[in-house]
Structures are given as structure tokens and as C-alpha cells.
Design a protein around this ligand. Sequence first.
Ligand code: GLA
Length: 382
Amino acid sequence: MPLPALTSHFARLFSARPRVFRAPGRVNLIGEHTDYNDGFVLPAAVGFSTYVAIAPRPDRKLVIHSEEFTGSFEFDLDSLPQQRTGAWCDYTLGVASVLSQHGHKLTGANLLVHGEVPIGAGLSSSAAIEVASALALLSLTDTQLPLPDIAKLCQQAENTFVGARCGIMDQFVSCMGKAGHAFLLDCRSLDFKFVPMPAGIRLVVCNTMVKHDLATGAYNKRREECEEGARLFSMWNPAIRALRDVSAELLDQHANDLPGTVWKRCSHVVRENQRTLEAAEALSKNDLKRVGKLMHESHESLRDLYEVSCRELDVMVDAAQDLPGFCGGRMTGGGFGGCTVNLVKEENATAFAEQIAERFQHATGITPQVYICSAENGAQAL
Ligand code: GLA
């Protein structure tokens, strides 16, 4: 929906002229399931965004409406729910609740949420709603927070209010993305470095259209297994606080001391961190061959060691391998369905999209959606 349409729709609904805020979804090139292990990730913000239009109300109500998500919601700011209600408005509500807990004096407001990030596709539609909502709600207060702080508050909303124990990647890149660049983030220090995307390369995102039910439970389980691994390693070396601190040597040394599943998870994380640093370096040198190899290794590791891929994702990854202009690809995001991300030469991108869709449909019977994207800017006021 173009901005004027959103603004006039808001005016029809609430008889006021809103301010509008935008926050994008993301793809992650490499560094999967490393963020909550204090590790490294290499995502980019993409062109799908969530828009939140907002105007103050004279009372203490928060009214949240959307056209594409069902239901309109009304809450009292002085007695906000403390945890999820189970509706889509939880992302906005969670942010409002966390901002209030942090002492930000919110005022009553009408909000219209317009989401263009495909839902449940692993492109961080939830982080986009959270970040756009946070900017919108804060715009009615006299507080100005740095974007990294907003990312942390949004992550907290997802962790404590919604109940998904996600890391910081999605909210951070939604806040801080930069057009034409991927983004190497150290999830411990939150230091980051922009890595220019090579000229003439498009990000082709292929949506398998499946989302397996176990996603949230299995995600939290993986996280526990990593925490168990970090706890065991810290007994052998007290300096270890998270899997980020475990070297490949130490990992190999203890291959037989860890429970099998825990070792597999740790093995993925330790090597994925190395691959991510190496891929950032290779990308900055335009060494796409190396980047492609690392992305492939990442996918295999997610499939075999971390066990978060699924048949549809594997089919999509295989389908890309010999297509003209393909430089590298893998599953992206939490897994159990969702999307693959592919680096494809610009001149081949359209044909790539058509051919991969055809191959995937032939193998699975599912019509996928394929989006030709580029790296875009992070959240902003419009
Ligand atoms: C989800 C989470 C992120 C990250 C990825 C896996 O997108 O929200 O924090 O853990 O999964 O890399």
C-alpha cells in the first residue's frame, strides 16, 4: 500500500493525520543459530517492510488495527497484559509493555499496522512489526533512543512477552540495515561492520511456502542444547561463557565427552561462526566462489548437525545448484520451512526465479514464491 493510501485509510478510520514508520524484514546470508550463542551473523535488510501509522488519542487506550491481519484490538495502557494474548497484535503490544516497564511514558494512541513482509517465511515479519511499532510508540513520547537500544527492547518483547527466545539478529538488522550492504554483526558486543554487496548480484529469496509446526518449540530446544554445551565446556575451561568462546580445537578435543546431540549442535555453532567471519571477508573481496562454498557448507551443517532444515528447503537448495548465474545459496532464518537465500548474477535473476520455481513445483507439488531482492535500508520515519 503506498504511503498516501495508508495515510488516507488511517484518516478514514481514526479521523486524524498519522505519522508513519517503516521497518524491513531481512535475509541472513550466513551465521544461522549463532546469534543467541554470542556469535556472528551476516544478514541484510530487504525491501519488504511493515508500516505503522500512529496518532495520539486523548485517553489511555491503545487501539491497534490492521487490514491484512484480522481483528482490531483495544487495550488500556495502565493495565496492559503481561504476556502474549495469542493474536498478531502481540508484537505491538509486547513492545508497548516492555517500553512501559522501562519507564517510557506512553500516551494513548491509534495504530494502523500494514505488513508486507511475508508471514511465517523466516524473513522476520515479527521483528519488522516490533521495530516499526517501537518507533511509532516512542514518537509520541519525548524520548529519543538510539536504534541499537530499540533493537534490544524489541528482542526483549519477543523473549519475555511473546515467549520466543530469539537472538538479537532480526531486530538489529531491521533497525540498522544499509542499502547495498550486508552487515557483519558481533552478537556479543553488538559491534558491526557493513560489507558492500558485490555489484551485479541480486538476493533471490525462494519461499517454500511451508512452515512446520515445531518451529518455536524446536527453536527453544536448540537453544537449550547450546546452553547445555556451553555449560559443559565451561567446566573444562572456566573462561567460556557461550559457544562463541569455544575453539574448533577444544570442540574436537571433547568430541567424545558431550552427549551426541549436544555435540552436533555445538559443532554447527562453532564452525558456523568461523564460516561467517570468513564469508564476510570473502564477500568484501568479491570472492563469490568462496562465499558460495561457505553458504553450501552452512546449509549442510544446518541440515545434518543442527537439524533445522526440512525436505522442502533441501529441495529448493538442490534446485538452484546448476542454474546459470547461481553463486551460492542456503536456507535462511530459523528453519523448519520458510525461505532459501541465493546470490544470483543480476542478468540471470529473472530466469533463475522462473526455473527454480518450476523445478520446486515439479518436485514437491507446491507453487513457491520467489522474490528478487537487494539489500535495503533499515527502519525510518517516513
Ligand atoms: C530466528 C531468530 C534469530 C536467529 C535465527 C536463526 O530468525 O529470530 O534470532 O536465531 O532464527 O539464526
